[in-house]
Design a protein around this ligand. Structure first.
Ligand code: S3P
Length: 429
């Protein structure tokens, strides 16, 4: 039996640690001098893949489940294991790792699951090869032979933080600083983290310059993942009577695009106790108070997308219950995620009885007051399965005891919902 099928979400909850920060902290820790402690690290399918790769490279990784702390002792020269580096379902891992290893001596094969084998890698392979990397191919499995890399300047034409980050990590082994220019602003986890590892980064509008160097071990405090929070935020906005506080969520501008979109929809979401940088983190974080209420249709423009790319499945459910017709435009990158999320969302919304149109890379969604059928949470793509779970909560349908694909990014989702529906959660605030 899963979560109770009815009742508001009331009380306080934490959310899993930021997946992007955890991947990067583990990867940089793997090659750092000394020890790196990652507190509040995400322990989920994707980041377990990263820990596995980090061990395969010769670094040690110890998880302490009692305080969600992961301690890594890095190596200077990554090992070349006789087997492929298994990136599982994690696109971020595969792309960042290609950049991280490209300038080290060694040979590696990169592989992943069936979904990852279908995702584009040429977007990272080509610019890395332009720096001198010995790498060819469009899809996993890929072979990399480490080689000397050149610094200089490279333009990234894909609006992807992963591509930018792969180049920034490759720059650590280049013969000179590397400037990575990108025509749209994308997530800035790598820019924020490299200085924490003692590395030199200069930021300017539209470009970032990374100086070569070896990371120095440090302590990172990982904030709660806004992409995970988005599912609980949308559920609380739509399940009648809900009033929720989500604790310690990362709240810097490149991660809060979904809050700006929900603000345009008239949603009652208030950041509380927002804290800026402290000794262990340059990541502003705070709590989010969410109160259920009516939503208006809202627009998402192409330039908004990089700042809310992973939150679009949750936002689609919000649009499905908003008054009027919402249009999400410029969703091309959504087609190359763990699944073609434009199609997957269109199918999910159609199951719910929501008028939806796919128009090139845009989705037009007309909100309804009632969903007609409960969707399955069995989709292989974690964010589509979680969006289906939110739709089920909104219509009062029970959740299954487990949502298998959610293990990739939000392993405790069903439990978190159950606790928010238990009377004890209601006494906390
Ligand atoms: C991520 C960037 C995004 C996002 C992914 C995590 C990152 O991908 O979808 O889940 O950690 O840099 P793109 O940058 O390819 O859009």
């Amino acid at each position: 039996m899963g979560a109770a099928s009815r009742g508001p979400l009331v009380g306080e909850s934490s959310v899993p640690g930021d997946k992007s920060v955890t991947h990067r902290a583990l990867l940089l820790g793997a090659l750092a001098e000394g020890e790196t402690r990652v507190r509040g690290a995400l322990d989920a399918g994707d980041t377990r893949s990263t820990a596995g790769v980090v061990r395969a490279l010769g670094a040690s990784v110890a998880w302490d489940a009692s305080d969600a702390c992961c301690t890594i002792v890095g190596v200077e020269a990554p090992r070349s294991p006789p087997h492929a580096l298994d990136c599982g379902n994690a696109g971020t891992l595969a792309r960042l790792l290609l950049g991280l290893l490209a300038g080290h001596a060694g040979r590696w094969t990169f592989d992943g699951d069936a979904s990852l084998r279908g995702r584009p890698m040429g977007r990272v392979v080509r610019p890395l090869a332009g720096l001198g990397a010995d790498l060819r191919g469009e899809r996993l499995p890929l072979e990399l032979r480490g080689s000397p890399l050149r610094g200089g300047r490279v333009e990234v034409h894909v609006p992807s933080a992963q591509v930018k980050s792969a180049l920034m990590l490759a720059a650590l082994r280049a013969d000179a600083p590397l400037t990575v220019a990108q025509h749209v602003a994308t997530r800035d986890h790598t820019e924020r983290l490299l200085p924490r590892f003692g590395l030199r980064v200069e930021r300017e509008p539209g470009a970032v310059t990374v100086h070569p160097g070896r990371p120095r071990g440090t302590t990172i405090d990982v904030p709660g993942d806004p992409s995970a929070a988005a599912f609980l935020v949308v559920a609380a906005l739509l399940v009648p009577g809900s009033e929720l506080v989500l604790r310690d969520v990362g709240l810097w501008p490149r991660r809060t695009g979904f809050l700006r979109a929900l603000d345009r929809a008239g949603a009652d979401v208030t950041p509380l106790r927002v804290r800026a940088a402290d000794d262990a983190s340059d990541d502003p974080r705070g709590d989010l108070r969410v109160v259920c209420g009516e939503l208006e249709a809202f627009e998402i423009a192409p330039d908004d997308v990089p700042d809310l790319v992973d939150e679009l499945p949750a936002l689609a459910i919000a649009a499905a219950r908003a008054r009027g017709t919402s249009r999400f435009a410029g969703l091309g990158e959504l087609r190359v995620k763990e699944s073609d999320r434009v199609l997957a969302l269109a199918e999910l919304l159609a199951t719910l009885g929501v008028p939806v149109r796919v128009d090139g890379d845009a989705l037009t969604i007309t909100g309804v007051t009632r969903f007609v059928a409960a969707p399955s949470t069995g989709h292989d793509d974690h964010r589509i399965a979680l969006a289906a779970a939110v739709a089920r909560l909104v219509m009062g349908a029970a959740l299954p005891a487990e949502i298998p694909s959610a293990d990739v990014s939000f392993p405790g989702f069903v439990g978190a919902v159950e606790r928010l529906r238990a009377p004890s959660a209601r006494t906390g605030w």
